[in-house]
Design a protein around this ligand. Structure first.
Ligand code: NAD
Length: 496
Protein backbone atom coordinates (compact mmCIF):
# COMPACT_ATOMS: atom_id res chain seq x y z
CA UNK A 1 0.00 0.00 0.00
CA UNK A 2 1.49 3.34 -1.07
CA UNK A 3 1.12 5.97 1.66
CA UNK A 4 0.15 9.37 0.37
CA UNK A 5 3.36 10.71 1.92
CA UNK A 6 5.32 8.49 -0.52
CA UNK A 7 3.68 9.94 -3.60
CA UNK A 8 5.58 12.42 -5.71
CA UNK A 9 3.67 15.70 -5.59
CA UNK A 10 3.27 17.94 -8.60
CA UNK A 11 1.97 21.50 -8.79
CA UNK A 12 0.19 23.48 -11.47
CA UNK A 13 1.83 26.50 -13.11
CA UNK A 14 -0.42 29.55 -13.13
CA UNK A 15 1.37 32.73 -14.18
CA UNK A 16 4.67 32.55 -12.32
CA UNK A 17 3.26 30.54 -9.39
CA UNK A 18 3.51 26.81 -8.71
CA UNK A 19 0.28 26.04 -6.93
CA UNK A 20 -1.96 23.35 -5.48
CA UNK A 21 -5.63 23.44 -6.42
CA UNK A 22 -7.28 26.25 -4.49
CA UNK A 23 -9.71 23.63 -3.13
CA UNK A 24 -6.76 21.53 -1.95
CA UNK A 25 -8.09 18.60 -4.00
CA UNK A 26 -5.72 16.22 -5.77
CA UNK A 27 -5.92 12.90 -7.58
CA UNK A 28 -3.51 9.98 -7.59
CA UNK A 29 -2.08 8.58 -10.78
CA UNK A 30 -1.00 4.95 -11.23
CA UNK A 31 2.18 3.56 -12.71
CA UNK A 32 0.60 1.12 -15.21
CA UNK A 33 3.54 -1.26 -14.93
CA UNK A 34 3.23 -1.73 -11.16
CA UNK A 35 -0.46 -0.93 -10.85
CA UNK A 36 0.45 1.31 -7.90
CA UNK A 37 -0.17 5.03 -7.41
CA UNK A 38 3.05 7.02 -7.74
CA UNK A 39 2.10 10.70 -7.94
CA UNK A 40 -0.44 13.19 -6.64
CA UNK A 41 -1.66 15.84 -9.06
CA UNK A 42 -3.92 18.82 -8.24
CA UNK A 43 -7.54 18.81 -9.38
CA UNK A 44 -8.04 22.38 -10.54
CA UNK A 45 -11.11 24.21 -9.31
CA UNK A 46 -13.05 26.65 -11.50
CA UNK A 47 -11.24 29.59 -9.89
CA UNK A 48 -7.89 28.07 -10.83
CA UNK A 49 -9.03 27.79 -14.45
CA UNK A 50 -10.21 31.42 -14.33
CA UNK A 51 -6.88 32.55 -12.95
CA UNK A 52 -4.85 30.61 -15.53
CA UNK A 53 -6.88 32.11 -18.38
CA UNK A 54 -6.47 35.58 -16.86
CA UNK A 55 -2.69 35.15 -16.58
CA UNK A 56 -2.51 33.96 -20.20
CA UNK A 57 -4.51 37.06 -21.27
CA UNK A 58 -2.25 39.41 -19.28
CA UNK A 59 0.86 37.94 -20.91
CA UNK A 60 -0.75 38.22 -24.35
CA UNK A 61 -1.65 41.86 -23.84
CA UNK A 62 1.53 42.59 -21.90
CA UNK A 63 5.14 41.50 -22.23
CA UNK A 64 4.64 38.62 -24.65
CA UNK A 65 2.54 40.69 -27.06
CA UNK A 66 5.18 43.44 -26.95
CA UNK A 67 8.01 41.20 -28.20
CA UNK A 68 9.15 41.37 -31.79
CA UNK A 69 8.44 38.26 -33.83
CA UNK A 70 12.17 37.56 -34.00
CA UNK A 71 12.53 37.68 -30.22
CA UNK A 72 9.51 35.39 -29.90
CA UNK A 73 11.03 32.91 -32.35
CA UNK A 74 14.32 32.95 -30.48
CA UNK A 75 12.54 31.97 -27.24
CA UNK A 76 10.65 29.19 -29.01
CA UNK A 77 13.91 27.77 -30.35
CA UNK A 78 15.51 28.08 -26.90
CA UNK A 79 12.63 26.05 -25.47
CA UNK A 80 13.44 23.31 -27.97
CA UNK A 81 17.09 23.27 -26.89
CA UNK A 82 16.01 22.88 -23.27
CA UNK A 83 13.73 19.98 -24.17
CA UNK A 84 16.75 18.30 -25.78
CA UNK A 85 18.76 18.79 -22.58
CA UNK A 86 15.97 17.34 -20.43
CA UNK A 87 14.79 14.62 -22.85
CA UNK A 88 15.79 11.67 -20.68
CA UNK A 89 14.07 12.80 -17.47
CA UNK A 90 10.91 13.92 -19.31
CA UNK A 91 10.74 10.59 -21.16
CA UNK A 92 11.11 8.64 -17.91
CA UNK A 93 8.23 10.66 -16.41
CA UNK A 94 6.01 9.88 -19.41
CA UNK A 95 6.81 6.17 -19.22
CA UNK A 96 6.19 6.06 -15.48
CA UNK A 97 2.85 7.78 -15.96
CA UNK A 98 1.39 6.21 -19.13
CA UNK A 99 3.34 2.94 -19.38
CA UNK A 100 4.48 3.47 -22.95
CA UNK A 101 7.98 2.29 -23.80
CA UNK A 102 10.85 4.50 -22.73
CA UNK A 103 12.34 3.70 -26.14
CA UNK A 104 9.32 5.34 -27.80
CA UNK A 105 9.02 8.30 -25.41
CA UNK A 106 12.75 9.01 -25.72
CA UNK A 107 12.42 8.91 -29.50
CA UNK A 108 9.60 11.46 -29.28
CA UNK A 109 11.45 13.69 -26.81
CA UNK A 110 14.53 13.69 -29.05
CA UNK A 111 12.40 14.63 -32.05
CA UNK A 112 10.40 17.38 -30.28
CA UNK A 113 13.17 20.04 -30.43
CA UNK A 114 12.81 19.89 -34.22
CA UNK A 115 9.27 21.26 -33.87
CA UNK A 116 10.43 24.28 -31.86
CA UNK A 117 13.29 24.93 -34.25
CA UNK A 118 11.04 24.71 -37.31
CA UNK A 119 8.17 26.85 -36.00
CA UNK A 120 10.48 29.20 -34.06
CA UNK A 121 12.12 29.99 -37.38
CA UNK A 122 8.71 30.76 -38.84
CA UNK A 123 7.77 33.38 -36.22
CA UNK A 124 9.24 36.32 -38.15
CA UNK A 125 8.29 35.00 -41.56
CA UNK A 126 4.57 35.53 -41.16
CA UNK A 127 3.85 38.26 -43.67
CA UNK A 128 0.62 40.09 -44.41
CA UNK A 129 -0.30 41.07 -47.94
CA UNK A 130 -0.97 44.30 -49.81
CA UNK A 131 -3.74 43.65 -52.34
CA UNK A 132 -3.06 46.19 -55.08
CA UNK A 133 -5.50 48.53 -56.86
CA UNK A 134 -8.39 47.33 -54.71
CA UNK A 135 -10.55 50.38 -55.34
CA UNK A 136 -9.87 53.96 -56.38
CA UNK A 137 -8.19 55.83 -53.55
CA UNK A 138 -8.24 52.89 -51.20
CA UNK A 139 -5.16 51.28 -49.76
CA UNK A 140 -5.75 47.88 -48.11
CA UNK A 141 -3.35 45.57 -46.36
CA UNK A 142 -3.55 42.48 -44.18
CA UNK A 143 -1.88 41.39 -40.98
CA UNK A 144 -1.79 38.00 -39.28
CA UNK A 145 -2.40 38.60 -35.61
CA UNK A 146 -2.15 36.03 -32.82
CA UNK A 147 -5.45 34.26 -32.30
CA UNK A 148 -5.20 34.87 -28.55
CA UNK A 149 -5.44 32.55 -25.57
CA UNK A 150 -5.37 28.88 -26.55
CA UNK A 151 -6.55 25.99 -24.38
CA UNK A 152 -4.55 22.86 -25.29
CA UNK A 153 -6.48 19.79 -24.09
CA UNK A 154 -4.54 16.55 -24.40
CA UNK A 155 -4.93 12.80 -24.35
CA UNK A 156 -2.49 10.60 -22.48
CA UNK A 157 -0.71 8.60 -25.09
CA UNK A 158 2.05 11.06 -26.13
CA UNK A 159 1.55 14.08 -23.85
CA UNK A 160 4.52 16.26 -24.80
CA UNK A 161 4.43 15.49 -28.52
CA UNK A 162 0.71 16.26 -28.69
CA UNK A 163 1.29 19.47 -26.73
CA UNK A 164 4.24 20.45 -28.95
CA UNK A 165 2.13 20.01 -32.09
CA UNK A 166 0.02 22.89 -30.75
CA UNK A 167 2.49 24.91 -28.76
CA UNK A 168 5.29 25.29 -31.31
CA UNK A 169 3.16 26.90 -34.05
CA UNK A 170 0.94 28.69 -31.50
CA UNK A 171 3.82 30.36 -29.64
CA UNK A 172 5.48 31.26 -32.93
CA UNK A 173 2.23 32.95 -33.96
CA UNK A 174 2.21 34.92 -30.69
CA UNK A 175 -0.53 33.08 -28.75
CA UNK A 176 -0.46 32.22 -25.06
CA UNK A 177 -1.57 28.89 -23.62
CA UNK A 178 -3.38 27.11 -20.84
CA UNK A 179 -2.64 23.39 -21.16
CA UNK A 180 -4.83 20.67 -19.64
CA UNK A 181 -3.15 17.26 -19.85
CA UNK A 182 -5.01 13.98 -19.29
CA UNK A 183 -5.33 12.60 -15.75
CA UNK A 184 -3.41 9.51 -16.84
CA UNK A 185 -0.38 11.55 -17.99
CA UNK A 186 0.01 15.00 -16.47
CA UNK A 187 3.46 14.69 -14.87
CA UNK A 188 5.67 15.30 -17.91
CA UNK A 189 3.66 18.36 -18.95
CA UNK A 190 3.98 19.85 -15.45
CA UNK A 191 7.73 19.20 -15.41
CA UNK A 192 8.15 20.58 -18.94
CA UNK A 193 6.44 23.80 -17.77
CA UNK A 194 9.56 24.57 -15.70
CA UNK A 195 11.52 25.12 -18.89
CA UNK A 196 9.59 28.29 -19.75
CA UNK A 197 11.10 30.29 -16.94
CA UNK A 198 14.59 28.93 -17.65
CA UNK A 199 14.23 29.85 -21.33
CA UNK A 200 13.25 33.41 -20.36
CA UNK A 201 9.58 33.50 -21.37
CA UNK A 202 7.46 36.13 -19.62
CA UNK A 203 5.23 34.62 -16.92
CA UNK A 204 1.76 33.61 -18.09
CA UNK A 205 2.71 32.62 -21.65
CA UNK A 206 2.32 28.99 -20.63
CA UNK A 207 0.09 27.79 -17.81
CA UNK A 208 -0.96 24.27 -16.85
CA UNK A 209 -4.12 23.27 -15.02
CA UNK A 210 -4.71 19.61 -14.20
CA UNK A 211 -7.74 17.44 -13.61
CA UNK A 212 -10.27 15.49 -15.63
CA UNK A 213 -12.94 16.15 -18.23
CA UNK A 214 -14.68 18.75 -16.05
CA UNK A 215 -11.54 20.93 -16.00
CA UNK A 216 -11.33 20.54 -19.79
CA UNK A 217 -14.98 21.52 -20.11
CA UNK A 218 -14.47 24.64 -18.00
CA UNK A 219 -11.61 25.68 -20.24
CA UNK A 220 -13.54 25.06 -23.46
CA UNK A 221 -16.48 27.02 -22.04
CA UNK A 222 -14.34 29.91 -20.81
CA UNK A 223 -15.17 33.20 -22.46
CA UNK A 224 -11.51 34.19 -22.18
CA UNK A 225 -10.37 31.25 -24.35
CA UNK A 226 -10.15 32.12 -28.05
CA UNK A 227 -9.31 28.66 -29.32
CA UNK A 228 -9.36 25.07 -28.13
CA UNK A 229 -6.70 22.82 -29.63
CA UNK A 230 -7.88 19.35 -28.66
CA UNK A 231 -6.45 15.85 -28.99
CA UNK A 232 -8.58 13.01 -27.73
CA UNK A 233 -11.49 10.76 -28.56
CA UNK A 234 -14.09 11.65 -31.15
CA UNK A 235 -16.80 11.81 -28.46
CA UNK A 236 -14.60 14.19 -26.41
CA UNK A 237 -13.97 16.31 -29.51
CA UNK A 238 -17.67 16.57 -30.27
CA UNK A 239 -18.35 17.68 -26.68
CA UNK A 240 -15.55 20.27 -26.85
CA UNK A 241 -16.79 21.61 -30.17
CA UNK A 242 -20.32 22.03 -28.81
CA UNK A 243 -19.05 23.77 -25.67
CA UNK A 244 -16.71 26.05 -27.62
CA UNK A 245 -19.53 26.90 -30.03
CA UNK A 246 -21.36 28.80 -27.29
CA UNK A 247 -18.77 31.55 -27.53
CA UNK A 248 -17.58 30.83 -31.08
CA UNK A 249 -14.13 29.80 -29.92
CA UNK A 250 -12.06 28.29 -32.73
CA UNK A 251 -11.32 24.58 -32.52
CA UNK A 252 -8.85 22.19 -34.02
CA UNK A 253 -9.58 18.56 -33.26
CA UNK A 254 -7.20 15.61 -33.51
CA UNK A 255 -9.42 12.62 -32.82
CA UNK A 256 -9.64 8.87 -33.09
CA UNK A 257 -9.16 6.43 -35.91
CA UNK A 258 -9.80 2.92 -37.22
CA UNK A 259 -7.07 2.91 -39.79
CA UNK A 260 -6.65 0.22 -42.45
CA UNK A 261 -3.38 -1.41 -43.39
CA UNK A 262 -3.98 -2.73 -46.92
CA UNK A 263 -1.74 -5.58 -48.05
CA UNK A 264 -1.89 -6.49 -51.75
CA UNK A 265 -0.79 -9.83 -53.18
CA UNK A 266 2.39 -8.33 -54.68
CA UNK A 267 3.56 -6.83 -51.35
CA UNK A 268 6.99 -7.51 -49.91
CA UNK A 269 5.75 -9.73 -47.11
CA UNK A 270 8.68 -9.14 -44.75
CA UNK A 271 8.04 -5.40 -44.95
CA UNK A 272 4.28 -5.85 -44.62
CA UNK A 273 4.57 -8.01 -41.49
CA UNK A 274 6.84 -5.42 -39.94
CA UNK A 275 4.50 -2.58 -40.92
CA UNK A 276 1.41 -4.30 -39.54
CA UNK A 277 3.24 -4.98 -36.25
CA UNK A 278 4.38 -1.32 -36.13
CA UNK A 279 0.78 -0.26 -36.77
CA UNK A 280 -1.00 -2.25 -34.08
CA UNK A 281 1.37 -3.82 -31.54
CA UNK A 282 3.85 -0.96 -31.17
CA UNK A 283 2.70 1.32 -28.36
CA UNK A 284 0.27 -1.47 -27.43
CA UNK A 285 -2.07 -0.07 -30.09
CA UNK A 286 -2.49 3.09 -28.01
CA UNK A 287 -1.95 5.42 -30.88
CA UNK A 288 -4.49 7.39 -32.84
CA UNK A 289 -3.05 6.06 -36.11
CA UNK A 290 -3.16 2.40 -34.99
CA UNK A 291 -3.54 0.19 -38.06
CA UNK A 292 -6.29 -1.75 -36.37
CA UNK A 293 -7.89 -3.17 -39.53
CA UNK A 294 -5.73 -5.43 -41.67
CA UNK A 295 -7.17 -5.69 -45.18
CA UNK A 296 -5.31 -8.46 -46.95
CA UNK A 297 -5.63 -10.03 -50.39
CA UNK A 298 -7.36 -13.36 -49.84
CA UNK A 299 -4.50 -15.27 -51.49
CA UNK A 300 -2.08 -13.95 -48.85
CA UNK A 301 -4.32 -14.08 -45.78
CA UNK A 302 -3.17 -17.41 -44.41
CA UNK A 303 0.52 -16.68 -44.86
CA UNK A 304 0.30 -13.18 -43.38
CA UNK A 305 -1.77 -14.22 -40.36
CA UNK A 306 0.62 -17.10 -39.70
CA UNK A 307 3.65 -14.80 -39.83
CA UNK A 308 1.95 -12.16 -37.68
CA UNK A 309 1.16 -14.77 -35.02
CA UNK A 310 4.77 -15.95 -35.01
CA UNK A 311 5.97 -12.36 -34.60
CA UNK A 312 3.33 -11.64 -31.94
CA UNK A 313 4.45 -14.70 -29.96
CA UNK A 314 8.01 -13.36 -29.93
CA UNK A 315 7.08 -9.88 -28.67
CA UNK A 316 8.89 -9.11 -25.43
CA UNK A 317 6.39 -7.73 -22.91
CA UNK A 318 7.71 -6.22 -19.73
CA UNK A 319 8.99 -3.17 -17.91
CA UNK A 320 8.53 -0.21 -20.25
CA UNK A 321 11.64 1.42 -18.76
CA UNK A 322 13.74 -1.50 -20.06
CA UNK A 323 14.98 -0.55 -23.53
CA UNK A 324 14.74 -4.19 -24.65
CA UNK A 325 10.96 -4.33 -23.97
CA UNK A 326 8.75 -4.27 -27.06
CA UNK A 327 5.29 -3.97 -25.50
CA UNK A 328 4.48 -2.31 -22.19
CA UNK A 329 1.20 -2.20 -20.32
CA UNK A 330 -2.03 -0.43 -21.26
CA UNK A 331 -2.08 3.05 -19.73
CA UNK A 332 -4.80 2.53 -17.12
CA UNK A 333 -7.17 -0.08 -15.75
CA UNK A 334 -10.38 1.26 -17.37
CA UNK A 335 -8.62 1.20 -20.76
CA UNK A 336 -7.50 -2.40 -20.18
CA UNK A 337 -11.08 -3.34 -19.29
CA UNK A 338 -12.31 -1.61 -22.45
CA UNK A 339 -9.89 -3.65 -24.59
CA UNK A 340 -11.11 -6.86 -22.90
CA UNK A 341 -14.71 -5.87 -23.52
CA UNK A 342 -14.11 -5.42 -27.28
CA UNK A 343 -12.39 -8.80 -27.63
CA UNK A 344 -15.17 -10.49 -25.65
CA UNK A 345 -17.85 -8.85 -27.77
CA UNK A 346 -16.12 -9.84 -31.05
CA UNK A 347 -15.80 -13.38 -29.80
CA UNK A 348 -19.48 -13.50 -28.79
CA UNK A 349 -20.39 -12.24 -32.26
CA UNK A 350 -18.51 -15.15 -33.88
CA UNK A 351 -14.98 -13.82 -34.45
CA UNK A 352 -12.05 -16.19 -33.97
CA UNK A 353 -9.37 -15.09 -31.52
CA UNK A 354 -6.47 -16.41 -33.58
CA UNK A 355 -3.87 -15.10 -31.15
CA UNK A 356 -3.84 -13.48 -27.70
CA UNK A 357 -7.16 -12.16 -26.44
CA UNK A 358 -6.32 -12.21 -22.74
CA UNK A 359 -4.03 -10.75 -20.12
CA UNK A 360 -0.67 -12.56 -20.21
CA UNK A 361 -0.11 -15.34 -17.67
CA UNK A 362 3.52 -14.54 -16.81
CA UNK A 363 3.61 -13.79 -13.04
CA UNK A 364 6.02 -10.86 -13.51
CA UNK A 365 3.34 -9.12 -15.61
CA UNK A 366 0.46 -9.75 -13.23
CA UNK A 367 0.52 -6.42 -11.38
CA UNK A 368 0.62 -4.29 -14.53
CA UNK A 369 -2.19 -3.55 -16.98
CA UNK A 370 -0.89 -5.89 -19.70
CA UNK A 371 -2.85 -7.33 -22.60
CA UNK A 372 -1.52 -9.76 -25.16
CA UNK A 373 -1.07 -8.78 -28.79
CA UNK A 374 -4.31 -10.02 -30.28
CA UNK A 375 -5.36 -11.12 -33.77
CA UNK A 376 -9.05 -11.51 -34.63
CA UNK A 377 -10.06 -13.41 -37.78
CA UNK A 378 -13.47 -14.39 -39.19
CA UNK A 379 -14.71 -10.93 -38.35
CA UNK A 380 -17.42 -9.04 -40.16
CA UNK A 381 -17.61 -5.34 -40.69
CA UNK A 382 -20.65 -4.92 -38.41
CA UNK A 383 -18.81 -6.00 -35.29
CA UNK A 384 -18.07 -3.30 -32.72
CA UNK A 385 -14.44 -4.41 -32.55
CA UNK A 386 -14.13 -3.76 -36.28
CA UNK A 387 -16.02 -0.45 -36.38
CA UNK A 388 -15.00 1.27 -33.14
CA UNK A 389 -11.62 2.49 -31.99
CA UNK A 390 -10.27 0.07 -29.34
CA UNK A 391 -6.99 1.86 -28.53
CA UNK A 392 -5.30 -1.41 -27.66
CA UNK A 393 -3.25 -4.16 -29.36
CA UNK A 394 -6.16 -5.75 -31.20
CA UNK A 395 -6.00 -6.41 -34.95
CA UNK A 396 -9.02 -7.38 -37.06
CA UNK A 397 -8.17 -9.26 -40.26
CA UNK A 398 -10.46 -8.79 -43.27
CA UNK A 399 -9.75 -10.44 -46.66
CA UNK A 400 -10.48 -8.81 -50.04
CA UNK A 401 -10.43 -10.06 -53.63
CA UNK A 402 -10.03 -6.95 -55.76
CA UNK A 403 -8.50 -3.48 -55.53
CA UNK A 404 -11.99 -2.02 -55.78
CA UNK A 405 -13.12 -4.03 -52.75
CA UNK A 406 -9.97 -3.05 -50.82
CA UNK A 407 -10.71 0.64 -51.36
CA UNK A 408 -14.36 0.19 -50.41
CA UNK A 409 -13.44 -1.65 -47.19
CA UNK A 410 -10.72 0.89 -46.34
CA UNK A 411 -13.28 3.68 -46.58
CA UNK A 412 -16.01 1.73 -44.75
CA UNK A 413 -15.47 3.64 -41.51
CA UNK A 414 -16.61 6.89 -39.93
CA UNK A 415 -12.94 7.71 -39.30
CA UNK A 416 -10.29 8.99 -41.71
CA UNK A 417 -7.03 9.49 -39.89
CA UNK A 418 -4.47 7.24 -41.59
CA UNK A 419 -3.88 4.22 -43.82
CA UNK A 420 -1.05 1.99 -44.97
CA UNK A 421 -0.67 0.44 -48.43
CA UNK A 422 1.68 -2.48 -49.10
CA UNK A 423 2.39 -3.21 -52.76
CA UNK A 424 5.31 -3.18 -55.16
CA UNK A 425 3.25 -1.61 -57.92
CA UNK A 426 3.93 2.13 -58.00
CA UNK A 427 0.81 2.71 -60.08
CA UNK A 428 -1.45 0.85 -57.68
CA UNK A 429 0.17 2.45 -54.62
CA UNK A 430 -0.64 5.99 -55.74
CA UNK A 431 -4.00 5.08 -57.27
CA UNK A 432 -5.18 3.58 -54.00
CA UNK A 433 -3.57 6.33 -51.88
CA UNK A 434 -5.62 8.92 -53.78
CA UNK A 435 -8.87 7.03 -53.18
CA UNK A 436 -8.55 6.38 -49.45
CA UNK A 437 -10.18 9.15 -47.47
CA UNK A 438 -7.59 9.68 -44.74
CA UNK A 439 -5.30 12.52 -43.68
CA UNK A 440 -2.08 10.45 -43.85
CA UNK A 441 -1.44 7.54 -46.20
CA UNK A 442 1.81 5.63 -45.92
CA UNK A 443 3.06 3.51 -48.81
CA UNK A 444 5.27 0.58 -47.74
CA UNK A 445 5.69 2.44 -44.44
CA UNK A 446 3.62 2.98 -41.30
CA UNK A 447 3.41 5.41 -38.37
CA UNK A 448 5.84 8.13 -39.37
CA UNK A 449 5.24 11.80 -38.56
CA UNK A 450 7.37 14.92 -38.95
CA UNK A 451 7.08 18.58 -38.02
CA UNK A 452 7.01 19.68 -41.65
CA UNK A 453 4.35 17.27 -42.94
CA UNK A 454 0.68 18.09 -42.25
CA UNK A 455 -1.15 15.69 -39.94
CA UNK A 456 -4.86 15.43 -39.21
CA UNK A 457 -8.07 13.68 -39.97
CA UNK A 458 -10.77 13.40 -42.60
CA UNK A 459 -14.35 12.69 -41.47
CA UNK A 460 -14.78 12.03 -37.72
CA UNK A 461 -11.03 11.93 -37.14
CA UNK A 462 -10.81 15.66 -36.79
CA UNK A 463 -10.79 19.21 -38.03
CA UNK A 464 -7.70 21.16 -39.01
CA UNK A 465 -4.10 20.13 -39.43
CA UNK A 466 -1.07 20.09 -37.17
CA UNK A 467 2.53 20.24 -38.46
CA UNK A 468 3.70 21.67 -41.76
CA UNK A 469 3.94 25.31 -42.83
CA UNK A 470 0.18 25.85 -42.72
CA UNK A 471 -0.15 24.81 -39.06
CA UNK A 472 0.78 28.32 -37.97
CA UNK A 473 -2.34 29.63 -39.79
CA UNK A 474 -4.44 27.72 -37.23
CA UNK A 475 -3.13 30.18 -34.59
CA UNK A 476 -3.64 33.54 -36.32
CA UNK A 477 -6.51 35.80 -37.23
CA UNK A 478 -6.09 37.56 -40.58
CA UNK A 479 -7.01 41.23 -40.26
CA UNK A 480 -7.82 43.54 -43.18
CA UNK A 481 -6.96 47.22 -42.75
CA UNK A 482 -8.52 49.76 -45.12
CA UNK A 483 -7.15 53.26 -45.62
CA UNK A 484 -8.98 56.03 -47.48
CA UNK A 485 -6.49 58.02 -49.56
CA UNK A 486 -8.97 60.52 -51.03
CA UNK A 487 -9.74 63.99 -49.71
CA UNK A 488 -13.42 63.75 -50.72
CA UNK A 489 -16.39 62.82 -48.57
CA UNK A 490 -18.48 60.04 -50.05
CA UNK A 491 -22.21 59.32 -50.01
CA UNK A 492 -22.74 57.71 -46.57
CA UNK A 493 -25.74 55.72 -47.88
CA UNK A 494 -23.70 53.83 -50.47
CA UNK A 495 -21.40 50.96 -49.57
CA UNK A 496 -17.93 52.08 -50.59
P1 NAD B 1 -10.60 11.65 -24.16
O1 NAD B 1 -11.42 12.29 -25.23
O2 NAD B 1 -11.28 10.85 -23.14
O3 NAD B 1 -9.79 12.77 -23.36
C1 NAD B 1 -8.90 13.65 -24.00
C2 NAD B 1 -8.74 14.90 -23.15
O4 NAD B 1 -9.96 15.63 -23.17
C3 NAD B 1 -8.44 14.64 -21.68
O5 NAD B 1 -7.57 15.64 -21.22
C4 NAD B 1 -9.81 14.76 -21.02
O6 NAD B 1 -9.74 15.12 -19.66
C5 NAD B 1 -10.44 15.86 -21.85
N1 NAD B 1 -11.90 15.81 -21.96
C6 NAD B 1 -12.69 14.71 -22.00
N2 NAD B 1 -13.98 15.10 -22.15
C7 NAD B 1 -13.97 16.44 -22.24
C8 NAD B 1 -15.00 17.43 -22.41
N3 NAD B 1 -16.29 17.10 -22.51
N4 NAD B 1 -14.64 18.74 -22.47
C9 NAD B 1 -13.34 19.10 -22.39
N5 NAD B 1 -12.33 18.21 -22.19
C10 NAD B 1 -12.65 16.90 -22.13
O7 NAD B 1 -9.46 10.82 -24.91
P2 NAD B 1 -8.34 9.89 -24.25
O8 NAD B 1 -8.98 8.60 -23.85
O9 NAD B 1 -7.57 10.66 -23.25
O10 NAD B 1 -7.36 9.65 -25.48
C11 NAD B 1 -7.53 8.65 -26.40
C12 NAD B 1 -8.12 9.22 -27.67
O11 NAD B 1 -7.27 10.25 -28.19
C13 NAD B 1 -8.22 8.20 -28.76
O12 NAD B 1 -9.48 8.33 -29.37
C14 NAD B 1 -7.12 8.58 -29.72
O13 NAD B 1 -7.32 8.16 -31.04
C15 NAD B 1 -7.11 10.05 -29.59
N6 NAD B 1 -5.83 10.61 -30.07
C16 NAD B 1 -5.82 11.31 -31.24
C17 NAD B 1 -4.62 11.80 -31.75
C18 NAD B 1 -4.57 12.56 -33.04
O14 NAD B 1 -3.60 13.27 -33.26
N7 NAD B 1 -5.58 12.45 -33.92
C19 NAD B 1 -3.43 11.59 -31.04
C20 NAD B 1 -3.48 10.88 -29.85
C21 NAD B 1 -4.70 10.39 -29.36
Amino acid sequence: MVQSADLRRFHMLIGSDWVNASSGEAFQTDNPYTGMPWAAIPTAAAVDVDLAVARAREALEGPWGALTATARGRLVRRLGELVAEHAQELAVLETTDNGKLLKEMLGQLRAIPGWYEYFGGMADKLEGTVPQDTKPNIFAYTRYEPLGVVAAILSWNSPLLLLTNKLAPGLAAGCTFVAKPAVEASASVLEFARLFEIAGFPAGVFNVVTGGAEVGRQLAAHIGVDKVAFTGSTSGGIAVMKTAADHVARVTLELGGKSPNVVFDDANMDAAVNGVVAGIFAAGGQTCVAGSRLLVHRSKQEELVERLMTRAAAIRMGDPLDLATEMGPIACLPQLQKVEMYVRSASEQGATVAFGGTRPEAPELSSGYFFEPTVLTNVNTDMRAVREEIFGPVLSVIPFDTEEEAVRLANDTSYGLAAGIWTQSIQRAHRVAHRIRAGSVWINEYRTVAYNVPFGGFKESGIGRENGVDAIREYVEPKAIWVNLSEETRDPFMIG
